[in-house]
Write a protein that binds this ligand. Sequence first.
Ligand SMILES: Nc1nc2c(ncn2[C@@H]2O[C@H](COP(=O)(O)OP(=O)(O)OP(=O)(O)O)[C@@H](O)[C@H]2O)c(=O)[nH]1
Ligand SMILES: [Mg+2]
Length: 359
Amino acid sequence: MPLLSIVVPTYNEAENIPILLEEVKKALREINFEMIIVDDDSPDGTAELAEKMREEYPFLKIIRRKNERDLATAVIEGFKNSDGEILAVMDADLQHPPEKIVEMLDKIKEGADIVVGSRYIPGGEIERWSFKRKFYSKGARAIAYLLLPKSREVKDPLSGFFMLRREVIEGVELNPIGYKILLEILIKGRYKKAEEVPIIFRDRERGESSLVFNEYGKYTKHLLRLSWNEGEILRFLKFGLVGISGVFVNEGLLWLFWGTMGVYLALASAVSVELSILWNFIWNEVWTFHDRGKEGITEFFKRMGKFNLVSGVGLLLNVAVLMLLHISFGIYPLTANIAGIAVAFIWNFAANNLWTWFK
Ligand SMILES: Nc1nc2c(ncn2[C@@H]2O[C@H](COP(=O)(O)OP(=O)(O)OP(=O)(O)O)[C@@H](O)[C@H]2O)c(=O)[nH]1
Ligand SMILES: [Mg+2]
């Protein structure tokens, strides 16, 4: 029985397979492992080539699927056909450095349940990516952090290079239409300790990328489904409802102070704004984020201060967007204000989620 099963999904990687096998063999000399190539009937003959190489590389297992063409289901299929007590996933295109496998395995032996090959911790790096690609990658991660708090366990939750103990996913249903399998595992898996090892993500030298189109669409769907199941979309809706209720409180108080008690308008407005912020804070505290805040009265007041600060910045953003759209683009103020409110709302949700009620 092998200790480690490395699952490698492939689609048109014939050019890379020989180099990958040699590098992995060299790097894992001391280790009892198997490598499971899951190929979706690549037209370039990846599977046939791998079959031929089995004699020279007896650690190889090849699964050939005829009617499917999907990275996520390929990985799950690989898991199902593996025998090791430790599982790993890596790409075939040499972007994931095989020499890091040993380091990852050591971390597992020291007690980690999941180890991620990470581009985003010190020592990690991405070779030759354009600014745009880096920006999208970081943006995708920010959205994952926002909508899936469990993904905050690691700095690179979207990595395709990782290792885990089999127990982490045993009996767990990994959704086959999941897109980023690591994300799926971080959210649904049973684990205590997730660690990272820095990797230099090399540039693809040979063969073609198979995932360019529709990547963002798939990712968005996956993210929304996971966060719906985790209750995070509901949290977003709750936050919105609280926000709307705050508008009514603000209006009601303004009517009370200014309209009926005759308080000076600016003062009446300031007091109404602050009281409605506190109203929102309390409801978010006991409802939207009831599962998040740290215990204790000091912590409570700290959160209140943070919430006020976030709301203040939100207000400035609202005004800035309104003025910008109106002055630079001539948009009617009441219409521009809708954009301002939307921007402020997103800001408020993100900042409060990631800062005020961070967990
Ligand atoms: N079995 C299977 N493997 C796939 C499929 N699509 C991609 N792969 C493999 O999954 C791994 C990652 O795909 P890549 O095309 O390298 O994706 P990427 O790394 O995001 O893109 P590049 O930076 O351009 O390489 C590679 O080993 C591919 O061969 C698929 O539909 N089925
Ligand atoms: Mg690649």
